[in-house]
Unconditional design. Structure first.
Length: 392
């Protein structure tokens, strides 16, 4: 007897895969218009069984029940060619491989639906255990836009710095000895980065030493699969410094003065968010809020307006960088001066399809009047000096 899928499960498998073959080497779209009809469609996909529907079939598992065999957990959406291919060579196309294909296809569909369609990959998850107040293993999943909410000293900056540390190792140093010494279990964080397949990059901390692992295998070095723009404090101009305004502002973004000037000149012509124009002349920076307004010197602006200029530049830089490599803009306590209207404007920009990078930002509280549609929100909660992460 064959344990086939119900029509509802077949439809769900197809829809969860966005009607796309789950074989990452194929990714064939399996639905299209029927030429002989204005409303008809042609579906060339198949809801295939991961373990065979009947005795004697490929990857048959007699340890599961008939209901389990016919459940959505045992299904994968494939094009007709790949469905035939995986059944011809079950030693190559194993249960674990097909399950990973399914997971990755659905993950890619989920990210694409949220507006993040980078083919180069994206940060999908971080695991943290036994570091600072995060004692028990915590899993935090990321979308195109992710908010992390929590009181001070609950681990928001820890998470941001761990993500940033793959790109810039300086963010890792202060956590080298922050493990719970009374707990003999390993201290580690693991970054899950999804490209054509899931890559796990683990950094283990013990007795002041740091070890690296890639997909479970120890590695002497790691290279970041993404670029990070990490903003964790407002820009403050130091009058007593020998460095001029442009040099100080360049350093704030981790750039040389020449790089900063070139970026402002080039990307200002292609990317605009809050401001109409940013101009550098005579070691000074001027902004223009609209085409009708006049130029205003950066130092003449209020604190909130300066923060918006910094955010504008960070957005432009991240948008430019994302053309070449997956990019994450992290705003760690960088939105505290913005009111509700400004926050909603920022969130609308992040939701826009013209923004091709991921964003992560931290807040101590959530303003309930803000529109958080399509955002993933995590809340860090401390109980008895232990922090856990919960979906909001």
């Amino acid at each position: 007897m064959r344990d086939g899928f119900s029509k509802a499960i077949i439809n769900s498998l197809a829809q969860r895969a966005a009607y796309t073959c789950s074989n990452p080497s194929c990714a064939q779209v399996t639905i299209g218009p029927l030429e002989s009809s204005l409303i008809g469609t042609v579906n060339t996909g198949i809801a295939a069984h991961i373990t065979a529907a009947s005795l004697g079939g490929p990857r048959y598992n007699n340890a599961i029940t008939s209901l389990e065999r016919a459940s959505i957990v045992n299904g994968i959406w494939l094009c007709s060619y790949c469905a035939n291919l995986v059944d011809k060579d079950e030693s190559k196309y194993t249960v674990s491989l097909l399950k990973s294909w399914k997971e990755q296809r659905e993950m890619r569909a989920s990210y694409s639906q949220s507006g993040y369609t980078s083919d180069n990959g994206y940060l999908s998850k971080i695991k943290i255990k036994n570091i600072a107040k995060i004692i028990n293993e915590q899993h935090i999943y990321f979308g195109k836009n992710t908010i992390i909410v929590g009181a001070n000293a609950t681990g928001k900056t820890l998470i941001c710095e761990f993500i940033s540390s793959l790109y810039d190792k300086k963010h890792l140093e202060r956590w080298r000895n922050k493990r719970d010494s009374t707990n003999q279990e390993n201290s580690f964080f693991e970054i899950e980065f999804f490209a054509d397949f899931i890559n796990n990059i683990t950094i283990a901390l013990r007795d002041g030493t740091i070890s690296y692992f890639i997909n479970g295998l120890q590695s002497p070095l790691i290279y970041s699969p993404y670029i990070v723009q990490y903003i964790n404090k407002p820009f403050v101009y130091e009058l007593s410094s020998r460095e001029g305004l442009i040099k100080q502002f360049s350093s704030y973004f981790g750039l040389t003065a020449d790089e900063f000037i070139n970026l402002i000149d080039v990307i200002g012509k292609t990317s605009k968010f809050f401001l109409d124009d940013i101009i550098i002349k005579n070691d000074s920076l001027y902004v223009k809020h609209s085409s009708e307004s006049c130029l205003i010197h950066l130092l003449a602006l209020s604190g909130t307006e300066k923060d918006k200029v910094s955010l504008e530049i960070a957005l432009r830089i991240a948008n430019f960088q994302s053309q070449f490599k997956p990019t994450i803009l992290i705003l760690d306590h960088a939105l505290t001066s913005l009111g509700t209207d400004d926050l909603n404007q920022v969130f609308n920009i992040f939701r826009s399809k013209s923004v091709s990078f991921q964003t992560i930002f931290t807040l101590t509280t959530i303003n309930k009047t803000c529109n958080l549609e399509s955002f993933i929100v995590w809340k860090l909660v401390e109980t008895k000096q232990k922090v856990s992460a919960m979906r909001y």
